[in-house]
Design a protein around this ligand. Structure first.
Ligand code: GN1
Ligand code: MG
Length: 385
């Protein structure tokens, strides 16, 4: 991974409406796609931090549309939070720092696209959930995020990555990668490939339900990993949802599914000890309660009936993507060791198995779950579409 030197970052930082001098910058080792740096500036006698991020244009091919989505979404969130008289809004919603020309991102002479956010202080992110309360906070935060976006005005958001969670297309991509086997890796990945192919029966369930309008399209986050929720360092309260590149039209269940994937196992996404990977019911229960307390108001009965299945489907889909990338030479997800994407795929599939074993009990819990502190101010956020 290319590391930007401080002097290079200084050049980039000059393009944004930031006052003061840059003191130092460091790489943030989060995410598999974009490159992220935190930079400290001296401003009016105090130190202030910003995030500079280089957009991965192989993945996000249209930075103009991408940033227009992010601007609309962050503006709307801020507006809604103001309406609710929320305090500490710059810690509850990302703030884009415009370029000196007033744009939302800067394109340099090499064609790289950079954007800047205000650094949210006093928060932490975690790769693994440590307590059921954290799972609750994550569920509540993403549910609230979806809830606030229910009445986003204007045109349909751009699909920054078309067919992002289209499991049928992801499945077909795996089949192609197996057939091509350009890197001679299929034999060693036989068990994972067999697992994937045997699960073909799950791939069309949501696609069919969406096509038949049994479940609605909504504005969703689409990358609801636990490490995309910032928790207040002191209180543990979820403050801010980050990584807004895939906020676009989608299915609320995909968001919930990715929360199940990333909050219910005690392990990292790339755990190598399969004995440790499992869906833990206490985590799921709190996650479900948190999500339903902020999203339960607008979810339909049909959506709620797929809560447990969503966890299985999204975990399976992300597993397909890791496996495909492994077979195709690791061109999409950044890897840190040989076989990394295969490890990640194996972990996802183990979790799918664990969900399968508990799916019935999970759904039963969701069906009877009546969150204690149901949504705050539901009427103020009624759907307008
Ligand atoms: C990628 O870069 P990061 O970690 O935010 C990916 C997600 C995957 C995730 C798996 C745009 O997200 O879809 O679920 O890795 N983002 C994109 O960890 O493909
Ligand atoms: Mg992401």
């Amino acid at each position: 991974m290319p590391i930007y030197r401080e002097d290079q970052l200084q050049e980039i930082s000059k393009q944004f409406q930031i006052y003061g001098e840059i003191l130092h910058a460091e790489t943030c080792k989060i995410g598999h796609i974009n490159e992220t740096y935190s930079a400290t500036y001296r401003q009016g006698g105090t130190k202030v931090r910003y995030i500079h991020q280089k957009i991965n244009q192989t993945v996000f091919r249209d930075p103009i549309c991408l940033m227009s989505n992010v601007v609309r979404v962050t503006r709307h969130l801020r507006h809604k939070l103001e309406q609710e008289n929320a305090t500490d809004i710059t810690r509850r919603c990302l703030t884009i720092v415009p370029t000196r020309k007033g744009d939302s991102f800067y394109r340099n002479s090499n064609g790289e696209c950079w954007r800047t956010f205000v650094f949210v202080e006093g928060v932490q992110t975690f790769e693994c959930v440590q307590t059921p309360q954290q799972a609750y906070e994550a569920g509540k935060a993403f549910g609230y995020f979806q809830n606030l976006l229910v009445d986003l005005p204007g045109e349909r958001l751009v699909e920054t990555i078309p067919d992002f969670h289209n499991t049928r297309k992801r499945f077909a991509a795996l089949q192609r990668a197996v057939e091509n086997d350009h890197f001679n890796r299929a034999e060693a990945a036989k068990r994972e490939i067999d697992f994937a192919l045997k699960h073909e029966n799950v791939v069309d369930v949501f696609l069919n339900a969406l096509a038949k309008k049994k479940i609605p399209e909504r504005i969703t986050h689409n990358d609801t990993k636990f490490n995309n929720v910032m928790l207040d360092t002191e209180t543990g309260e979820a403050m801010c949802v980050v990584d807004l590149d895939t906020v676009m039209p989608g299915c609320a269940l995909y968001d919930f599914g990715d929360m199940v994937r990333t909050t219910t196992s005690p392990t990292l996404e790339d755990e190598r000890d399969m004995g440790k990977v499992r869906m833990q019911m206490p985590m799921f229960k709190k996650l479900c309660e948190g999500y339903l307390c902020s999203a339960g108001e607008f979810l339909t009965k049909a959506e709620k009936s797929y809560i447990a299945f969503a966890g299985k489907l999204i975990t399976f889909t992300i597993g397909l993507r890791f496996l495909t990338d492994h077979l195709a030479g690791d061109t999409y997800f950044r890897i840190h060791r040989p076989g990394h994407n295969l490890d990640r795929a194996r972990t996802q599939f183990k979790l799918v198995e664990s969900i399968e074993q508990q799916e019935e009990a999970m759904q039963k819990f969701a069906d009877t779950c009546a969150p204690a502190d149901a949504v705050r101010k539901p009427k103020a956020r009624a759907r307008k579409r």
